[in-house]
Each structure stands twice: as structure tokens, then as C-alpha cells.
Design a protein around this ligand. Sequence first.
Ligand code: GDP
Ligand code: IMO
Ligand code: MG
Length: 437
Amino acid sequence: MANVIVIGTQWGDEGKGKITDLLSRSADVVVRYQGGINAGHTVVVNEQTFKLHLIPSGILYPQTECIIGSGTVVDPQILLEELEQLHRLGVSTDNLFIAETAHVTMPYHRLIDKASETQRAEHKIGTTGRGIGPTYADKSERVGIRILDLMDKDVLQKRLRWAVEQKNIVLEKMYDLPPLDPQEVITCYTEYAELLKPYVVDASLKIDEAIRKRLNILFEGAQGTLLDLDHGTYPYVTSSNPIAGGACIGAGVGPTTIDRIIGVSKAYTTRVGEGPFPTELNDCTGELLCDRGAEFGTTTGRRRRCGWFDGVIGRYAVRINGLDCLAITKLDVLDELDEINVCVAYELDGQEIRDFPSNARVFAKCRPIYKSLPGWKASTQDCKSLTELPLAAQSYLKFLEDLLEIPIAIVSIGASRGQTIIVEDPIHGPKRGLLNV
Ligand code: GDP
Ligand code: IMO
Ligand code: MG
């Protein structure tokens, strides 16, 4: 039995979907613990591509139970579309469960998200426009509507009518938008409630049953460490806690339940939306990474900003998440490069700094200090073991391991399941020992 958290160590899109799918093979339960349909996880199985936003990536294994946890925000319309997509592709969702305490994204959340971004003009965050921030804001304000409210017709009528009336004031007065018809929203969400009813459970209790049976539980994070609301590059972050600490809150389990934490890192870095990005490449190398890596957002189709691997944020991710080991993805994207840079420290006002600055304004002023490593100029996509990789690729991985002081357990060299090198058992193999660092 092992309970494992899988998280992104950068600004999202690290390939968490692929790694979660891979690890789900030996998981009995997969729990998505935060975020909403802002996430986009692509999983490729037998040349079939699955794009998941809210449903855990473990859904492709029929025996695995998948739980959309309490810390998530659920947009019923998109969730139902996602269910339909899976059914069309022959995937059963009988083992899917939704936490009754998760909050629900409403049409006014989406409208407010988009309108507030427009109003912020040059200060915009570059959100996915999916209503994520406003849904979490209502949760914090204690005026949100939860899945359990959705399931109670009378409560839904009352609370939703009040909520729409309140939000209409905001829509009209603040954003000059037409009001929503409360009855239309109520009718629509009452229909969604009927369709989602069979999936709704007390998720924390269900997870506890799995813990008591000593089953293997995988906690799947969305977004990434640097998008964390408390510990990311605020305000250019998402509105939830993707970091490992968020898993316990979002799933409703105690910290003592967790056995291992696996970080997923791209072999380079990408970012979607606004905000500082020291190793960003606004040149032909950046374009090459974008083209070879097909770096376009799964959710919004936006071109992802690309840059070199950043060891400073890598070390920060190891620290803030208490990572045990790493999965490095998309190594193959670097196959054609003559030389590869890795950021080992920052230069700030003439000083070298090695620790990620928590002040985002300071972070924005940091310039990368690079160590240049030779490229391998050969395809890695069919390699089956670490020793089959070109020597320069092995050296690159060793360099990252030494820089971040953490073992690399998995190396991904392509989107499909087979294009994966298991260096060490990610769940039971060597882990970062605090005494060794
Ligand atoms: P997530 O949000 O962290 O799950 O990542 P995304 O799915 O948004 O983005 C990762 C993209 O890279 C997806 O299209 C994956 O199919 C793809 N991918 C994952 N691992 C690899 C890899 O090792 N090599 C290549 N070339 N593509 C990969
Ligand atoms: P996955 O799970 C990459 C980014 C947005 C924006 C910021 C806030 O696929 O890795 P939001 O809509 O959450 O309020 O937007 O966060 N963002 C992501 N970037 N991958 C994601 O998810 C993201 N989810 C949100 O681009 O900069
Ligand atoms: Mg993604």
C-alpha cells in the first residue's frame, strides 16, 4: 500500500496527465484535489488522445476509482461534456465519484472572470476565462453553491436565485453586461443536478474507506507549484493550492496518510498567461521548443511561452512540496539542439542568488545564470532504458539530479505510454533523504 501525490513543479502542463495515467496502473483510487476546468491533461493511449479537464487521468483504467475531490471547483456543463467524450470513446465512468462539498462554477463566474480580465487591461493575469477565480472567491466569501446544494431542489432554487440576483448587480453596475435570468440558470442547473446525481458522494469518507482497506491512492494535482495561490508567482497564479500541501485539504485526508510525493518537470519550461518567466526564450530556440513540444494549451489553445529549465524554481519546488523524486518529461523535445542551457542561479542587482525570491516583484527582476551543456543531436524517442539514451542526454539528466538534489525516477521521451523509461521504482525506490542534502 502506498499513497502518492503527483504534482507539477513548474507553471503547469508538465505532463502530469501522462504520468498520472502511467502510475494509475497500480492505483486503486485516483483523487483530483484542486482546480477546475482550467486544467487540461492530455493522455495518449494506443494512438487515441484523451483530453481531460476535471476527471482524474486514472479514468482510463476500468478498475480504478476516480474521485473529483472537495477542493476542486466543478463546472457541470463541461464535466458532462467530458463524460460524453469518454463514453463516445468507449471509456466507462461507472467508477467516477464527485465530492458533495466541491463548489460549483456558475455562468456568472465565467462572465465575471472574462470581464474582470478585460477591465484589468495591462494588469491582466491571462486566466483561462473559465470562471475559476470567481468560483473560489465565492467559496472564500462563503456565498458559493456546492454540489450538495445542487442536489437539493429547494435549496438550489433559493440560493441560486439570490446568488444570480446579487451577481446581476455586479454584471450590470461593474461590467456593463446584461443581467442573467435567474429562472433560466435554475432550470439549467436543475437538469445538470439530475445528470450528476449518481456520481455524488462524501468523498473524504470514501477515501478513508480506501485508506482503511490499505488500497493504493494517488492524489493528482492540476496546474503547478509556481501557480499556487500562496506560494506561486502571485498575483500571476491560479486560485487554488496545487502544491503537495493542498492535497490533504482538497481530498480531506490527514498528512500522515501520504507516503510519497512525486514531482513532474518538463526538461525545459513553459508558461501560459502573464507573469515573470526568467528563462523565457523569445527567439528561434523558443520557437523550436514550442513547435517540437506542440506547446499549445489543451484548454484554451493559447501558445505556451517556452524557455530553458530553471533550476532555481526546480529547487524551490523540491522544498515547498517536500518532493521525494522526479519524473522528467519531454526530454525528446531537446533532441535536435546543439547546446542546452540550464539556469543554475539568478543575477539580481549584481548579486548571485540561488533561492527563489518569494517577492514576485523581485523575481521579475531576476536574470538567469546559465550552465551550458552539450546537446545529443539524436532521437531519444525509442530508447527503452537510461543506458540506451545518448551519453549527453544521460549527463543532462544527471546534471538536473545534482542541481535539484533529488533522484529522477521516470524519464518521458514521447506522449504515449510506451515512451517512458522507469529509472527507479517511483513509489518504492530511492527518495530524497533530508540527511543527504
Ligand atoms: P498536464 O497539464 O501537466 O497534464 O500536461 P498537458 O497534457 O497539458 O501537456 C503536456 C503535453 O505533452 C501533452 O500533449 C502530452 O501528450 C505531451 N507529452 C507528455 N509527455 C511527453 C513527452 O515525454 N514527450 C512529448 N513529446 N510529449 C509529451
Ligand atoms: P494544467 O493542469 C497551465 C494559468 C493560466 C493563468 C493562471 C490563472 O493543465 O497544468 P485561471 O484560469 O486558473 O484563473 O488562470 O493560471 N493556468 C494554467 N497554466 N496549465 C494549467 O493547468 C493551468 N491552469 C491555469 O494560464 O496564467
Ligand atoms: Mg495542461
